[in-house]
Design a protein around this ligand. Sequence first.
Ligand SMILES: NC(=O)c1ccc[n+]([C@@H]2O[C@H](COP(=O)([O-])OP(=O)(O)OC[C@H]3O[C@@H](n4cnc5c(N)ncnc54)[C@H](OP(=O)(O)O)[C@@H]3O)[C@@H](O)[C@H]2O)c1
Length: 288
Amino acid sequence: MSISSLPGGTWTLGDLTVTRFGYGAMQLAGPWVMGPPADRDGALAVLREAAGLGITHIDTSGAYGPHVTNELIREALHPYPETLHVVTKVGANRDAQGGWPPARDPESLRRAVHTDRENLGVEVLDLVNLRLGNAEGTVPGSLAEAFETLAELQQQGVIRHLGVSNATDDQIAEAQSIAPIVCVQNMYNLAYRQDDKLIDTLAEQGIAYVPFFPLGGFSPLQSSALSAVAARLGSTPMSVALAWLLQRSPNILLIPGTSSVAHLRENVAGAGLELSAEDLAELDRIGG
Ligand SMILES: NC(=O)c1ccc[n+]([C@@H]2O[C@H](COP(=O)([O-])OP(=O)(O)OC[C@H]3O[C@@H](n4cnc5c(N)ncnc54)[C@H](OP(=O)(O)O)[C@@H]3O)[C@@H](O)[C@H]2O)c1
């Protein structure tokens, strides 16, 4: 499959063209995103398959493992083709219990950026998201000191583009008053649609919206309406959920996670499904 034939086509993040169908690497680490994968060769195979299918957007973070997914990406795909863009996130550490304590002081952020560069084997990180909030969701409060630190690293030439993750509307506006952002990565899927208005606002500004947990994350999406539409179309609920996101707005980029080559292929093949107005109306009622 070539880039142009992946479902959804492409989007431009600043000056970087990526396929709207991307891949989220978080699920490649061990249970609860801690430690190495049970099947290391399987994890490497998923990453190679993603690139082989023409996917040019891979989402990761030094917090996954920690450092496990970045090291897998490097092992599977380095030296990276020029077209492949790896997007990282900084702003959280991991503790011994698997928690995600914030690490947004300037020193922690600088260290995280340089560690990601080292582990991914690149001089310049294509796109770094500042992760805000906590594992339960967004938390209001100023991001100025943290985002200014990333903007400085961008000016120094070690980060190409910036984004924010797990962010409130006010935090997004505050980030934009400090430096341009090319994406917002927040939780959103067919059943969780808090950001509907934000997606449309970002689309008007040419900024990507990258939903995390597009398939429901640790609790995969389950809905009788979703299953009914999938059965009627001879598809699967996961495919319909991804196709719905691609049709929801042109600025939505997909980063579904999977640790299975078979699921990855199924998701790529299924996300191109054309949903009719009737299908969309039925699906819209799930999150309404
Ligand atoms: N910014 C943030 O705070 C934040 C938070 C969470 C995640 N993220 C990013 O978002 C990405 C996506 O999130 P996610 O991976 O946690 O959740 P997700 O994409 O919503 O769902 C992944 C889950 O769906 C399953 N799955 C995938 N395809 C399937 C299929 N065809 N059939 C059945 N099950 C299927 C996977 O299991 P299998 O492995 O068995 O396929 C996995 O358990 C992550 O990789 C990460 O990069 C960001």
